[in-house]
Design a protein around this ligand. Structure first.
Ligand code: SAM
Length: 268
């Protein structure tokens, strides 16, 4: 099942990137998309990005604003997609800092690199890879951020263990993601389309907290930022049978912002 999930995720996001590369960005800000970001379009200030960068976001929050980024910091964005959060973060850390964007989908990286060229920002590097095997050394970054990506991983324990490994001691994890307020219904979990649209793989708050602590994080804070109403929930799929399966769960799926810290060497 894990390989099937990853393959389906690559196909879906590869297709969305292809559409954007060929001139019809399928941003979540459009009314026809079926991805789960009801809040990033409202909360993210893409206007600060240079002209020529495509307004293409598939996130569910605004990690570059919420992560408290400081000039000179080194940042990693897991599942960076078209790279808009990477570029926003690069503005915040400035030329003395650096932002890596990691994505496993080749077409997304092509789009991200095109956006980087349009931005002219030099303090950015896009890497191909999976968040369950991050291609960076240990203790290397100050902040790991991510926008609507952890839910897509079939092995979230591995992804969080890797995030913890690459963070410097005292480093911060800051990510936006979809979350369930109640147990994820088994009837929804088995639909691959609902995995790829950020629904079926979303954690509950308790599962998220447990996985973070197991991976070694402390100071876990989870803030619910948006509760999806029925219209938003039904927009997550265009298949009538999946919309029918989703309808009873209006009010149970939310976007959340999660903060945690890798302990300092001096912490007990
Ligand atoms: C919902 S989109 C979010 C993109 C971006 N963070 C944004 O806010 O626009 C998910 C992205 O994560 C990438 N992705 C999904 N699973 C991944 C994994 N296991 N490792 C690396 N990238 C992954 C996909 O290729 C896709 O570009």
């Amino acid at each position: 099942m894990n390989d099937r999930i990853k393959a389906a995720v690559r196909v879906r996001y590869g297709r969305l990137a292809q559409q954007a590369l060929h001139g019809s960005p399928a941003s979540c800000c459009s009314s026809t998309s079926s991805c789960s970001c009801p809040s990033s379009c409202a909360t993210t200030d893409f206007a600060s990005l240079p002209a020529g960068v495509s307004g293409y976001s598939l996130g569910c929050g605004n990690p570059p604003a919420l992560a408290g980024l400081q000039p000179g910091e080194v940042v990693l964005d897991l599942g960076c997609g078209a790279g808009l959060d990477v570029l926003l973060a690069a503005q915040k850390v400035g030329p003395a800092g650096k932002v890596y964007g990691l994505d496993m989908t080749e077409e997304m990286l092509e789009l991200a690199r095109r956006n980087q060229r349009a931005s002219g920002m030099a303090n950015v590097e896009f890497l191909k890879g999976e968040m369950e095997h991050i291609p960076l050394p240990s203790n290397h970054v100050d902040v790991v951020m991510s926008n609507c990506v952890l839910n897509l991983s079939p092995d979230k324990a591995a992804a969080l263990t890797e995030a913890h490994r690459v963070l410097k001691p005292g480093g911060r994890l800051a990510f936006a993601d979809m979350m369930w307020l109640s147990e994820v219904p088994a009837s929804l979990r088995r639909h691959l389309e609902l995995w790829t649209s950020c629904v079926a793989g979303a954690l509950t708050e308790a599962e998220c907290r447990h996985l973070l602590e197991e991976a070694g994080f402390t100071d876990v804070e989870i803030e619910i930022t948006h509760v999806l109403d029925k219209d938003e929930l039904l927009k997550l799929s265009q298949a009538p049978e999946l919309q029918e399966a989703l309808a009873p769960y209006a009010g149970s799926l939310v976007s959340a912002f999660v903060r945690a810290r890798k302990p300092k060497l001096t912490d007990k």
